[in-house]
Ligand binder design. Sequence first.
Ligand SMILES: *Cc1c(COP(=O)(O)O)cnc(C)c1O
Length: 334
Amino acid sequence: MPVIDLRSDTVTQPTAAMREAMMGAPLGDDVYGEDPTVTRLEQTLAARLGLAAGLFVPSGTMSNLLGLMAHCERGDEYIVGQLSHTYKYEGGGAAVLGSIQPQPIEMEADGSLDLERVASVIKPDDFHFARTRLLALENTMHGKVLPLDYLAAAHDFTRARGLALHLDGARLFNAVIKLGCDPKDICRYFDSVSVCLSKGLGAPVGSVLCGSEALIAKARRWRKMVGGGMRQAGVLAAAGLYALDHHVQRLGDDHARAARIGEALVDLGYEVELVQTNMVYVRMDDRADAFKAFCAERGILISAASRLRLVTHLDVLDEHVDAVVEAFAAFARR
Ligand SMILES: *Cc1c(COP(=O)(O)O)cnc(C)c1O
């Protein structure tokens, strides 16, 4: 029975062509700065984002951590959404490893942070307080795309307040494809951007942190300290380069399939949130565990939650969409 894995877009297998690109990549010791493929990935992605420099790292968690640590010193603070990955899903790394205090705030339904609310938690310059240094946003946020005019407002806000602005752009290219814009149209507002290669882009490993030369030089020091210096890492970077060349435009297919699932579930009477990119959120309440087991019998893997998240990706095809919709239909008929 084929397995249809909707738990995340991290579950993709590298394609045959991607594996071939990895096999043929020229390699060197990247800690010595001598891996041509890593260097090419860092420069290629930074250029595409319109930022000066890039740093290849093993994970998005490390990429965000290094970004926060490059912006903030010990005793500094960053403002972040309650549900943001950097705050909620990275083991408290900024606080634990960076001595950076998070100031989480409630998020808006569209995934943004209300700038007046942000302003209200910025600390005065007084030794009682941590020094507020940075605002961190996420895009896409739970599959939602932050509007460009909001990003412009956040940029102006941070300039006026002397804050830096970081983007957790794990799924930046999903936002780019949804908006039909250039990555620079989003990244021009940020001092640093973290992009995951191992989500919808379909590479097995890796993220890239992009920013100014000075910021990336700082992040490179921290990367070595936290154990992220890799040697012949070009074998991995080659997968990222391949993904940037071949797997960006096709994200639109993932979005179309997610939309198709969403529309079919609405027709079946399920409560579905508006689908913008590659995630479908379905309200399941206390039926989630039963539905998970029901799906497992049909070779469909989902993460059970009262607000169920289905994620489309490279390995979810049209016939899989049909099977998923049929599973929801059969579950509703039970
Ligand atoms: C997946 C993800 C990350 C990084 O995750 P890793 O598993 O460490 O690569 C960061 N931010 C967001 C929004 C993510 O979805």
